[in-house]
Design a protein. Structure first.
Length: 466
């Protein structure tokens, strides 16, 4: 070997050894990080529990465990829930975990939401650093029947039979947060049924959309949310809910960088387009198993409208959607909103009215006339300007009043009663307003009244006439 060749050999050998060393360094760092994360995750163990006291409102449970003190100031909360998450409380009491020693903590487990007799079969213990997200969840099989409880006559709050009727979105959100993917899929499949309605008469399934409207809230992040959705997709590669969730994630993320519709920054528009492409691709790739769920079509209509596809494409997609899912009212709302956008600019109220009348006809066997009122109410709540549909002269108040009466007969929630009174005021219908007024007089929901037609104004207007 010549001197030059020897030098080249040693140089190449040195580079190879440095690469190997660097590789081992990365591996050792990864192992160290993984071990640290694992150690943090397992910093608290829950070894056993026993029931001390049971009442209709709570159960006191003693938890036995240990804390290795690898993390500062850990807290614990305990809930009882059903395996699908549809029966659960809406909160829990926090308990500080003693550091660096075995512990016994008596935790008060709150009653699940609702007054009816309920069954729970899971005890979940959540560990979290103060002010941060949960880092550990311990689940134990524990079956318990919570007895029926009488309503408090002094309470002005509405009481509901169960959480899925009152707040279906919360069940979906909590299952997603807790990464209960099997429960999520089961609930989404179960609620793909016209009979599954919330307290207002709206599809429980439609509440799925609300938890993906804004990912970047104080307690959530874009990065963590997509990781969670990817976990869900890996857990069940043919999950319609996971595919739809991913599409909605990319739509929200795209709108986040674009901001307003008048955005002109080239970087914002480029990234917006890339994210919207990913949103659409998630739906295209999942149509074979996702389109059996009407949320898939609702999501695709949202994508198509956001991308400003031509009328022919959107109309064809809409017709396919209601052919497969004629009773899913949110599909009609999406199309009515397409013809009457939030700004009200260039709204075609005749087209929007045609969609609402079509929805009422297609769903009459199940909903009667209810959707005529429900869709106009929901469309109105989406508008930036306050009385466009009345000004357009298309809405039939006689038909809407009759639909409202049918709506509140079957779903007499405070939301719906306030909506009825608010629309009666806008239509200058004193008789309808005073028929509803006694039922809401001490339970006004300002969010259901327009600024230009507040309850105070409507009350003063009609009282003067009396």
């Amino acid at each position: 070997m010549t001197k030059r060749n020897a030098q080249n050999f040693h140089s190449l050998f040195g580079k190879a050894m440095r690469r190997i060393a660097a590789g081992w360094l990365l591996i050792s760092v990864f192992i160290s990080i993984s071990f640290t994360a694992f150690a943090q995750q397992e910093s608290v163990s829950i070894d056993s529990f026993r029931v001390l006291i049971t009442t209709a409102d709570y159960v006191d449970i003693e938890l036995v465990g240990s804390n290795d003190d690898s993390m500062d100031e850990l807290w614990m909360g305990v809930i009882a829930k059903s395996k699908d998450g549809t029966v659960r409380p809406t909160g829990f009491r926090p308990y500080l975990i003693p550091a660096d020693k075995p512990f016994k903590i008596t935790s008060r487990v709150p009653r699940p939401y609702g007054l009816g007799a309920q069954k729970t079969d899971v005890l979940m213990v959540m560990i979290y650093p103060r002010g941060k997200d949960v880092i550990q969840r311990h689940k134990f099989d524990w079956r318990h029947v919570w007895p029926k409880k009488a309503a408090n006559p002094d309470s002005k709050a509405e009481e509901f039979k169960n959480l899925s009727t009152a707040k279906p979105w919360l069940i979906l959100l909590e299952n997603l947060t807790e990464e209960e993917f099997s429960a999520l899929d089961n609930v989404i499949n179960k609620w793909n049924n016209p009979g599954e309605r919330d307290k207002n008469g709206e599809w429980k399934l439609d509440s799925f959309r609300s938890i993906f409207v804004n990912f970047a809230t104080k307690r959530r992040s874009w990065k963590n949310d997509i990781k969670r959705i990817q976990k869900w997709r890996k857990f069940n590669p043919t999950s319609a809910g996971a595919a739809i969730a991913e599409s909605k994630y990319w739509v929200s993320y795209a709108k986040n960088i674009r901001g307003s519709d008048t955005q002109t920054d080239p970087v914002a528009l480029r990234v917006f387009g890339e994210r919207m492409q990913r949103a659409e691709q998630a739906l295209k790739d999942s149509k074979d198993y996702g389109a059996d769920n009407p949320l898939w079509y609702e999501a695709y209509l949202d994508v198509a409208v956001t991308l400003r596809r031509d009328h022919e494409f959107i109309e064809a997609l809409y017709k396919e959607a209601i052919h497969r899912h004629p009773h899913f009212q949110p599909l009609y709302l999406k199309m009515a909103a397409y013809w009457a956008p939030r700004s009200g600019n260039q709204a075609d109220w005749h087209k929007a009215d045609e969609v609402i009348r079509q929805a009422t006809e297609n769903t009459a066997a199940i909903n009667g006339e209810i959707n005529y009122a429900m869709l106009y109410v929901q469309l109105s709540e989406m508008q930036f300007k306050e009385n466009l549909m009345f000004d357009a002269g298309i809405l039939s108040w006689n038909r809407m009043r009759n639909a409202f009466e049918e709506w509140v007969k079957h779903y007499p929630s405070m939301d719906n009663l306030n909506r009825f009174a608010a629309f009666a005021c806008r239509a200058n219908d004193k008789k309808a307003f005073f028929n509803i007024r006694p039922r809401i007089i001490n339970r006004i929901l300002p969010g259901r009244w327009l600024d230009a037609y507040s309850y105070d104004l409507c009350n003063q207007r009609f009282m003067q006439k009396v």
